[in-house]
Structure formats: structure tokens, C-alpha cells
Write a protein that binds this ligand. Structure first.
Ligand SMILES: Cc1cc2nc3c(=O)[nH]c(=O)nc-3n(C[C@H](O)[C@H](O)[C@H](O)COP(=O)(O)OP(=O)(O)OC[C@H]3O[C@@H](n4cnc5c(N)ncnc54)[C@H](O)[C@@H]3O)c2cc1C
Length: 350
């Protein structure tokens, strides 16, 4: 099959790796409009258990990714100068740029064509077009009616920043401001780096945010990378394929960032689609099998994401330990007993 992968983010690159590894004789080209190293964001949540799931499909990829994951197994909340902390299921994160670099290298090793700095062509001449061009997918937009695309704004305004120090674990910092509480969602992804995503009213500048969170930052700088204030948009599609075009990752669905699952969903989609193409000789059957497998997981994650977004938008005015238990159980995937008795439920972000 000739396959055009439109978009070289986690979903598109991982699909190309898994498809190239599957033993079929496909000709795969990945198109990405950005140039080298030009990507947004800082660290993305990638639990170590997820990397292990990829081991069967590509042991070399799993080995390399696992060397870059910073992990943690605690959750901490700071408010009013007090903090509370509790054990949580093991999660991890890695630099988004490193993830993409590793995936691109693996694509090159496996003979996948990579075209950078170019928008993807019209799909003519391809047997399959994989729309992996993100939440605002142009490929999807060309058939928006067929896909039944809907979007809606969820939660409050946020800005995605980094911090120049590694926090110990997943940490929520709450600062009281004249416009109401501001929340920083923080987790480490390298020896001296953390993701530092802030939700606040009034779009304050990063310098002002650094003042609000000066205590926990301990002198570390806040870092920007194409950072701007925006409101999260949840994307849904009533079907994920139309003819020979199939949606993966953010092009198919987004779920609120506060449960840290976007990259994982993108990678899982990629693996499921590559496996379905191997298992089903007819393209239409493969695309239907892929959607049947992934849609229930995605819709559940979107529900949890909405609950989480609503919780942050209406932050309870509670003591820090009560806040922590509320926070840990906000999406309904973990109960307080799961946490205090150390049970392994499906974790938030996992
Ligand atoms: C503020 C914020 C915080 C987030 N935090 C987390 C987190 O903590 N953990 C997590 O797992 N996820 C997080 N995510 C989500 C995560 O970034 C996405 O879910 C994930 O990157 C989806 O991968 P993707 O490949 O589907 O899309 P993208 O990563 O968006 O990649 C799409 C690619 O397509 C390219 N492209 C777009 N249009 C074209 C075109 N016409 N032609 C060619 N190329 C094109 C783009 O350049 C891009 O490289 C966050 C997202 C946001 C916005």
C-alpha cells in the first residue's frame, strides 16, 4: 500500500514506525509542515507502563524511550504556604522534542520517508491517508461533514510553560490572586526541567506568574516555547474514517490536558491502527476494527477529562489535605481507598 501520513507529531510518527515494523510491504511517507526542532510544548506525560506496552511492537523504540522518561509516584498539593502529599500510581514524562526526535530516527532506520517543512499533499495516488495533523487537522477539515466534527471549549484559560528545575513529582501549586486562585500543574521531565502549565484569570505575563509561584519555584526561571494563553478545545468526530482517510491522535479526539493523556492516546491509536491493517485484509474492515477498539477508551478518557476540567474551574476552598484527596479522585478513576490502601487502579494520566 502507498500510505501518506499527514502530520509528524507523536501519532503520525508512531503510526509510521509501527506500520513499518509490521512486516507488510508498505511505502510510507510522513509529511510535516514544521522544520527541524520547531515544536511547541515542554514535557508530555508518558507513563513507564505505556512504554512497556510498545515493547512487543518495537523493542528498540521501547528501549530508547524508557531511557528518557522521568517518573514519579507521589502527588503533592501546595496552598496557603502548606503542602500535602500522597503516594500515587507510577507516572512519568519526557521532553516532547526528545520523543519526536526518537520517533523520527526510528522512522529513518525503518525506511519511512520523512518530508519536513512541507504541508501534506492532496491524497491522490495514495491507498491510505492517515490524518495525524493535530487538533486543527486540515486533512479532516477537507471532509468535516463526513467526519461529523464538533468542538467545544472546556475549562478555563491556560498557558503552557516550563520551569528550570525538576520538581520531585506531580505537583499542583495554588496561588491566591486578586482575580481568584491560579493553579500551576507541574511535573518533572528531565534532570533540570518541569512542565509548568498555569490556569488563571486575566492572562498575566510569565514574569507575574513567576512572582506568584516564587516560593515553590525556589529561584528557577519560567520558560516559554511558543507559549500563549488559550482555552482548551475538546474535539470529537462521529466517525474516524471516510473513504481512504483515517483520523488518529488529536485529529480524531482531544481530552483535557489536566489528565495528561493526549500523547498516550495518540501513541495507542497509532499502534491499534497499524495492528488492524495487519489483521484485516480489506482496508474498510481494518479502519472499522481500529475505531471499534479505540473509541470506547477515548470516550471514557474524554469524560474523565471533562470532570477534571470542571473540578479545576470551580476549585473548592478547602484545606490542603482535603483538596489533595478531592484532586486525586476527581475523575472517578481512583477512589480515596485505592490511594490510601495502595491499590493499583487505572491512574489519572495513565
Ligand atoms: C497545553 C497543552 C498541554 C498538554 N499537555 C499534555 C501532557 O501533559 N501530556 C500529554 O500526553 N499530552 C499533552 N498535551 C496533548 C499533546 O500535546 C497532544 O495530545 C499530542 O501531541 C497529540 O499528538 P498528535 O500527533 O495527534 O498531534 P500533534 O502533536 O499536534 O502533531 C500534529 C503534527 O502535524 C503537523 N501538521 C499540522 N498541519 C499540517 C499540515 N497541513 N501538513 C503537514 N503537517 C501538519 C504539525 O506540525 C504537528 O507536527 C497537551 C496539549 C496542550 C495543548
Amino acid at each position: 500500500m502507498r500510505i501518506s501520513v499527514n502530520g509528524g507529531g507523536p501519532a503520525g510518527l508512531a503510526f509510521a514506525v509501527f506500520a513499518a515494523r509490521s512486516g507488510r510491504d508498505d511505502e510510507i511517507t510522513v509529511w510535516d509542515r514544521t522544520g527541524a526542532e520547531d515544536t511547541y510544548g515542554f514535557g508530555v506525560v508518558l507513563p513507564p507502563a505505556v512504554v512497556e506496552v510498545f515493547r512487543d511492537a518495537d523493542p528498540a523504540l521501547a528501549d530508547e524511550l524508557s531511557g528518557h522518561v522521568a517518573d514519579w509516584d507521589r502527588l503533592t498539593v501546595h496552598r496557603h504556604g502548606r503542602s500535602a502529599s500522597i503516594g500515587a500510581p507510577r507516572l512519568g514524562a519526557m521532553d516532547r522534542r526528545t520523543l519526536l526526535r526518537v520517533l523520527r530516527r526510528r522512522c529513518a532506520e525503518l525506511g519511512v520517508g520523512l518530508v519536513r517543512g512541507a504541508v501534506s499533499p492532496a491524497g491522490d495516488g495514495y491507498d491510505l491517508v492517515v490524518a495525524a495533523d493535530g487538533a486543527r487537522s486540515v486533512t479532516r477539515g477537507q471532509r468535516a461533514q463526513a467526519f461529523g466534527t464538533t468542538t467545544r471549549q472546556v475549562g478555563v484559560d491556560y498557558i503552557w510553560l516550563g520551569a528550570g528545575r525538576a520538581f520531585d513529582n506531580l505537583t499542583f501549586l495554588i496561588a491566591e490572586t486578586p482575580a481568584g486562585p491560579a493553579v500551576a500543574h507541574v511535573y518533572p521531565y528531565g534532570p533540570d526541567r518541569s512542565t509548568f502549565l498555569v490556569e488563571a484569570q486575566g492572562h498575566p505575563a510569565p514574569d507575574e506568574l513567576a512572582d506568584w509561584f516564587a516560593g515553590p519555584l525556589g529561584g528557577a526561571r519560567l520558560l516559554e516555547n511558543r507559549s500563549r494563553w488559550s482555552r482548551f478545545k475538546e474535539v470529537r468526530n462521529s466517525t474516524w474514517s471516510s473513504g481512504n482517510v483515517v483520523l488518529v491522535g488529536d485529529a480524531a479526539h482531544t481530552s483535557h490536558y489536566s489528565i495528561g493523556s493526549g500523547t498516550r492516546l495518540a501513541l495507542d491509536d497509532a499502534q491499534a491502527l497499524a495492528a488492524a491493517l495487519c489483521a484485516q485484509p480489506r482496508l474498510a474492515d481494518a479502519l472499522a476494527a481500529y475505531e471499534a477498539e479505540r473509541r470506547p477508551v477515548v470516550e471514557h478518557t474524554q469524560r474523565v477529562g471533562r470532570l477534571s476540567a470542571e473540578w479545576f474551574a470551580d476549585l473548592p476552598d478547602a484545606p490542603v489535605d482535603r483538596l489533595m484527596s478531592d484532586l486525586a479522585t476527581r475523575g472517578g478513576r481512583l477512589s480515596w481507598r485505592d490511594l490510601t490502601e495502595g491499590r493499583r487502579a487505572v491512574p489519572i494520566g495513565g
